[in-house]
Design a protein around this ligand. Structure first.
Ligand code: FES
Ligand SMILES: [Fe+2]
Length: 402
């Protein structure tokens, strides 16, 4: 789609007046068209073995992701053009995926390349969607837009890190609630009061501000001790922030050497559909030499704690546990805390004025809605879109000296 193709302006369900629909991202929607102009990380590379295929849904689009025996990753629509069976349940044969129903086979670009019981010449007219993929920083990335993909964005700091830990969690609410959460520095002082972020001294409330950057938005929490915690948000759905050194050890454990230094998070939010989204994150640890085995083991343990955090969060939401018990009952404490507050907002948050009441601390929330409204309005009206780029050295800050 070129920049002059007009897409009708839409109103989101339960919208904040004056904003456009950034909630729905299915094919043909305004936000969905915008989001399809970017590469998105959608799967952990380690979870897709050679010769295997996985079903997944991204922005309400059903996809089959598969890896050839030689290691190449491909992504096609997960619906066979014959009579609709799921291709992800079929066979991977080299770079081709074959439907288990009647054996039609498709190449990485979605072209049908074999129809064992059909007349010659039929297959050349059959094509499903096939999408470019990349593997980078332990993730599989996909471009679901039309035409050639944009330049692939790289993160040199992560390439230089001594340790990265890719991880993907699923959260059962609309993706934009979690995009807003990036700009919501106030929540750190309450939601995460009892977590590894305690080291920030979360009793003294900071002054919050938010400003535009060439990449998107920068949220600053100026603390009473003079330190600043800075979160860098990049359009359309990426964020960098610092995490306290002790974030992965269990209560009572000694810190490893690696857990004495701040770590940097690179974090994406990718819609699954309008009611669920992926949190895609990787931490970068910077130190001399390789990480210790104990640290790697702790990370694995931490990454596997998603189900436990989800269970605890659901019990808090049902009133069976007190919010303060989260810190004692699960390993991945901030994950459960964020799930409680975001899922508690509803599957799609009600942003109607008077039902929602924004205050001075919501400076970042107002800014991100405005930024999306500007870009989506430009897209709807066929005007050129801003190009967001991260200048060298644009990085987050932790907000404490230690
Ligand atoms: S449904 Fe796939 S080959 Fe028939
Ligand atoms: Fe949070």
């Amino acid at each position: 789609m070129n920049e002059h193709t007009k897409i009708p302006m839409q109103q989101a369900p339960l919208a904040d007046p004056g904003t456009v629909d950034y909630v729905r991202t299915g094919p043909g929607t305004l936000a969905g068209t915008y989001m399809r102009r970017f590469w998105h990380p959608i799967y952990c590379s380690r979870d897709l073995e050679p010769g295997r295929s996985k079903p997944l849904t991204i922005m309400s689009q059903k996809l089959a992701l598969y890896r050839s025996q030689e290691g190449a990753v491909h992504c096609v629509d997960n619906r066979c053009a014959h009579r609709g069976a799921m291709l992800s349940t079929g066979w991977v044969e080299g770079d081709v995926i074959r439907c288990p129903y009647h054996g039609w086979a498709y190449g990485p670009n979605g072209q049908c390349v074999d129809q064992p019981m059909e007349i010659a010449g039929f297959k050349k007219n059959i094509r499903i969607g096939g999408y470019p993929t990349q593997e980078y920083l332990g993730f599989i990335w996909v471009y679901l837009g039309e035409g050639d993909p944009p330049e692939f964005v790289r993160y040199p700091e992560w390439e230089k890190a001594s340790f990265v830990s890719p991880q993907i969690d699923t959260r059962a609410c609309n993706w934009f609630q979690n995009i807003e959460n990036y700009q919501d520095e106030a929540h750190v002082w309450f939601t995460h009061k009892r977590s590894a972020l305690e080291g920030l001294d979360l009793n003294a409330l900071p002054k919050l501000s938010c400003e535009k950057t060439p990449w998107g938005l920068r949220m600053v929490a100026k603390k009473q001790d003079g330190n600043e915690r800075i979160v860098q948000f990049g359009m359309p759905n990426v964020c960098m922030f610092m995490v306290h050194p002790d974030n992965i050890k269990r209560q009572g454990e000694e810190s490893t050497r690696e857990e004495t230094m701040w770590q940097m998070f690179l974090d994406y939010r990718v819609p699954v559909d309008d009611e669920t989204h992926l949190q895609v994150h990787t931490i970068a640890t910077f130190m001399n030499g390789p990480p210790s085995e104990e640290y790697k083991k702790r990370w694995k343990d931490f990454a596997n704690a998603e189900a436990e955090a989800h269970d605890v969060a659901q019990r808090v939401l049902r009133g069976e546990l007190h919010y303060d018990q989260i810190a004692e009952m699960c390993h991945h404490v901030p994950l459960a805390q964020d799930e409680v507050v975001q899922v508690g907002q509803g599957v799609i948050a009600d942003r109607r004025r008077g039902i929602e009441n924004l205050g001075a601390t919501d400076v970042g929330i107002v800014a991100i809605r405005r930024l999306y409204t500007e870009e989506l309005t430009a897209l709807a009206e066929g005007r050129p879109l801003r190009k967001f780029e991260r200048p060298e050295g644009l990085l987050p800050k932790g907000g404490a000296d230690h």
